[in-house]
Design a protein around this ligand. Structure first.
Ligand code: ZN
Length: 770
């Protein structure tokens, strides 16, 4: 052997394995184009191929497949850190658990945990699939960390563990991507797909963070939040095109009083730090304290589970197609005006070309600034995180002046045992400790037997438990004194006992004797007696190409209960002869005009038309001939018009200064002898009201009120209601006889987001009536 050959062999034998690996691939080498290129969206396969290829080549990246999505795609989480850290993830997870929960650590252990711990950062991307910059940004961020060799990249790797979810909705990456590619060069290029981008819930996939109805939510909660409870969560979204280029926290008011202000302050501070750096990089159009509030656990799991939440909302293009926005066409958003410099909008964007590449650049810049700050101040973040643990275990939440109940008690023996189990399962899924009382518990004048479920408010996630168990008091916020209400970003209530139909009581201050937390309950199965697995009724659910989420939630409810149904589209309704195929047709919540007209002219001709006059006539004839039509919420207005029903919506045309209820839980009285109500067992009958109608019957011979708002007293149970007297004595649910059939109008959402299980029996009751 010649000397050179010998040296080469010796070198090969002594070189560490990692150095012999192939070079770390770039995103472009897998995609075949530069990430962020105009009119190019990656498929989910390309995205997963990239992460698997990087994992093979880089010791800084580990890919975990957490399960299968709703439509069978792999759901990924990517761990990124120093190779030495990744080899000992179990150790760092244990440190994190001890920092989170003071009960788990020794008396003098805190200092060593603060010294050794890493700042855990969860980045979730692309939960909303038309916000498609989020498909590509995770690849660019990973590339910067996997191949980066700058002091800053090394500091991030040394001080943090980044847990990256490249898409919180992988099915949507392909639903939107396939649609986009199929429409390139047509009039529909850049339009949203004519179907929900999550099979069941569409955009509501980011409203599922306390009900946990969808598998994608559960993967992130079960495999990432529950074991890690990260210090910082970065959720990457997009907003409309015509105002700022990116939103960063602070959020707007209101904020849920159950959130520890350490997290609000941390969120504010980090958001400001990100914008500071981005403006230094020359980026403009950065808006703070705009549009998005800090109210609900539905979309901000982390703020109730020890993590600050850095929502970023970057301006959209037309999917991946660039757009032009002249400066003078920029407009106002909630909290700022995009043509005016203000403290929370300090650098004007000059307008002009806005591309997919711009979106990715803004998103990457924001996430990178966050990672750099998180690495630099690692110890400060860990100290703040540890302080949260002490405060959660204090006997009264130390950040509030309101009285905090010591506990909530849930009696086991209730009429709907499935609902009780679902409530306990749901709480436990959100890391709430549920115990059994060891003695009888007195609350609100009732004594509940020993063995009742007990939820203490002094526990690691006590603020969260309180938020989902108590009744919300949303503040009265107006544009100016006497002016219109300030619209909440989303809805205003989340009281699970009212939504599920479970009796619960709060225990003021007395200590509650209880055993150790019960072990996590297995998920109770959904079932509807007489329907699940053996329904005799032929049910159709109307599916509009405008893709309202309520339609998806309706399908979800049927599927989880194993009740068969058929989806029907406009042209099938218009074709008529519906009695030959169906006994029942459901119109999910949708604007009446949208149902009539259908999708806009941008969509392919085959999807045009809506229900039109032919559809209305077909539905009227279906009911006349013995069919049952169920109309949910706003679709009731459609049914009243189309079928000429003897019912009036008393809220039609009423101004929001006179009546306002943007997503609240309201009390109703139930007509118990109606077959529609026969299955309803909720101890406090309550409906989910969200911009719905309220009814007055104009011909009592033909219509009956099955649920009615109380004639006296407060209608509001949880959330926000202005002008509640408009509802006094009005009907919430009406049963109308039409020919040989029935139209049933729900002035509320009876299966709201898979949560209002208390009112689902009103659907099954209407369907089961012969
Ligand atoms: Zn979004």
């Amino acid at each position: 052997m010649k000397l050179l050959q010998f040296l080469a062999l010796a070198l090969a034998l002594t070189t560490p394995l990692s150095a012999q690996k192939a070079p770390v691939p770039t995103p472009a080498s897998i995609l075949g184009y530069d990430p962020g290129a105009d009119r190019k969206l990656p498929s989910w396969k390309q995205i997963t191929d990239y992460f698997h290829a990087v994992e093979k080549a880089s010791p800084r990246v580990q890919v975990h497949t957490l399960g299968q999505t709703t439509l069978g795609r792999p759901f990924l989480a990517v761990f990124i850190s120093d190779s030495a850290t990744l080899k000992h993830l179990d150790r760092y997870q244990m440190i994190q658990r001890k920092l989170m929960n003071p009960r788990l650590r020794g008396k003098d252990e805190l200092e060593s945990l603060l010294a050794a711990g890493k700042n855990i950062i969860l980045i979730t991307s692309a939960i909303h699939s038309t916000e498609s910059g989020g498909f590509t940004t995770p690849l660019v961020l990973t590339d910067r960390l996997a191949r980066g060799d700058t002091p800053e990249a090394r500091a991030i790797l040394a001080n943090t563990i980044v847990i990256l979810v490249p898409s919180q909705n992988p099915d949507g990456v392909d639903i939107v991507g396939d649609w986009y590619r199929s429409t390139l060069g047509t009039k529909a290029e850049g339009a949203s797909p004519p179907e929900l981008y999550h099979h069941y819930v569409g955009h509501d996939d980011n409203r599922d963070w306390y009900a946990f109805t969808q598998p994608e939510t559960r993967y992130t909660v079960d495999s990432l939040y529950t074991p890690w409870d990260p210090e910082i969560v970065n959720d990457i979204h997009q907003q409309g095109s015509n105002a700022g280029r990116i939103f960063l926290p602070p959020y707007m008011d209101p904020l849920d009083p159950n959130i520890d202000p350490i997290l609000t302050a941390g969120t504010n501070s980090m958001g400001m730090a990100i914008g500071w750096r981005m403006i230094g990089e020359g980026k403009t159009g950065i808006a703070y304290n705009a549009a998005y509030d800090e109210w609900s656990p539905a979309r901000q799991y982390s703020l109730y589970h020890r993590g600050v939440r850095i929502l970023t909302e970057t301006a959209s293009a037309a999917l991946a197609t660039p757009i032009d926005i002249p400066f003078n066409s920029l407009g106002a958003a909630r909290g700022y005006e995009a043509k005016t410099v203000t403290w929370n909008f300090p650098a004007l964007w000059p307008g002009g070309h806005w591309s997919y590449g711009d979106i990715v650049a803004y998103q990457v810049s924001a996430s990178w600034a966050m990672l750099s700050q998180a690495a630099r101040d690692r110890r400060v973040w860990l100290e703040s995180y540890a302080a949260l643990g002490e405060r959660a275990l204090a006997p009264d939440h130390p950040w509030t002046h309101d009285s905090v109940p010591a506990a909530f008690v849930i009696p086991r023996a209730q009429r709907d045992t499935q609902a009780v189990q679902r409530l306990v399962w749901t709480l436990q899924h959100g890391q709430v400790e549920v115990r059994s009382s060891t003695t009888p518990v007195s609350a609100n004048g009732t004594t509940y037997p020993a063995g009742s479920y007990v939820v203490l408010t002094s526990q690691p996630m006590g603020g969260y438990a309180k938020s989902v168990l108590e009744r919300q008091k949303y503040p009265n916020l107006h544009e100016y004194p006497g002016g219109p209400p300030i619209r909440p970003y989303d809805v205003t209530a989340q009281t699970l006992p009212l939504l599920f139909g479970v009796e619960i009581a709060s225990v003021a201050a007395a200590p509650v004797a209880s055993a150790a937390p019960i072990i996590p309950m297995e998920e109770p199965k959904f079932s509807v007696p007489g329907f699940s697995d053996r329904s005799a009724r032929r049910v159709a659910i109307y599916r509009s190409y405008s893709a309202p989420m309520d339609e998806g939630w309706t399908r979800w409810m049927f599927d989880v209960n194993r009740v068969p149904f058929t989806s029907i589209v406009d042209k099938e309704v218009r074709a008529g002869n519906l009695n030959a195929r169906f006994d029942v047709i459901i119109l999910p919540d949708q604007n009446a005009g949208q149902m009539t007209r259908g999708v806009s002219q941008n969509y392919p001709d085959s999807l045009q038309g809506g229900l039109g006059t032919a559809g209305a006539a077909a539905l009227a004839s279906f009911v006349e001939n013995g069919g049952t039509l169920l109309a949910f919420n706003e679709a009731s207005n459609y049914a009243i018009e189309a079928l000429k029903l003897p019912v009036k919506n008393v809220l039609a045309g009423v101004r929001n200064t006179d009546f306002y209820a943007p997503g609240s839980i309201l009390a109703v009285e139930i007509k118990r002898d109606s077959p529609i109500a026969a299955r309803m067992t909720a101890p406090v009958p309550a409906v989910w009201f969200e911009n719905g109608p309220a009814f007055e019957i104009t011909d009592p011979a033909r219509a009956t009120a099955v649920a009615t708002y109380p004639a006296t007293g407060d209608v509001l149970l949880s959330g926000w209601l202005l002008g509640g007297s408009k509802l006094s004595g009005k009907a919430a649910l009406v049963d109308v006889t039409v020919g040989r059939g029935h139209a049933v109008l729900y002035g509320f959402r009876p299966q709201y987001r898979g949560q209002s299980m208390a009112t689902q029996p009103l659907i099954w009751g209407a369907i089961s009536r012969p």
